[in-house]
Design a protein around this ligand. Structure first.
Ligand code: IMP
Ligand code: MG
Length: 174
């Protein structure tokens, strides 16, 4: 059965905000190269839109992690489903995520990647739900939008693998 989706952030608002964050990243990394790590699958749309707006030299790699749990909750146990292809030594790494919820996925990922010797490691997320944070130590360097504790879809985010293709962010209403 199809769910009802209520628009939370329009396509225009999302793209405008991504441009602002990209400008900030361009300024912060001026004179440097940046290595984007797209966290699949949800981070794909955001990584594309963000990277198109970066004017500094960019390289990219992709990683897929899965947290055991149901569709709407992560369990805290994280497994690497697809690892990076490239080493990170000496690189300025920027992890690009769709959403930070409990923070469990990111806290695990940052820990793993830190051990690979990057020059620096920062975190950029399209959405942040701070009310739900369990791993308080996760520091987010770039956030496009802080949202309330609601389950959202679109712009890469899914509900049972559906709605990733929506060009806006919406709330699932059952
Ligand atoms: P965390 O480990 O609890 O921070 O969860 C991170 C992952 O859970 C995200 O990368 C998403 O894949 C998924 N997730 C959390 N909240 C939402 C949501 O509102 N909509 C869709 N996916 C979500
Ligand atoms: Mg994700």
């Amino acid at each position: 059965m199809a769910e009802r989706i209520r628009e939370l952030l329009s396509e225009e608002a999302v793209n405008r905000r991504i441009s602002e964050v990209a400008d900030q990243i361009n300024r912060d990394y001026a004179g440097k190269e940046i290595h984007l790590i797209c966290v699949l699958k949800g981070g794909v749309f955001f990584t594309c839109e963000l990277s198109k707006r970066l004017t500094i030299p960019v390289s990219m790699d992709f990683m897929s992690v899965s947290s055991y749990g149901d569709d709407t909750k992560s369990s805290g146990v994280v497994r690497i489903v697809k690892d990076l292809d490239e080493p990170l030594a000496g690189k300025h790494v920027l992890i690009v995520e769709d959403i930070i919820d409990s923070g469990r996925t990111l806290s695990y990922l940052i820990e793993v990647l830190r051990h690979r010797g990057p020059e620096s490691i920062r975190l950029c997320t399209l959405l942040d739900k701070p009310e739900r944070r369990v791993k308080k130590q996760v520091k987010v360097d770039y956030t496009c939008f802080t949202i309330p504790d609601e389950f959202v879809v679109g712009y890469g985010l899914d509900y049972a693998q559906k709605y990733r293709n929506l060009p806006y962010i919406g709330v699932v209403e059952q």
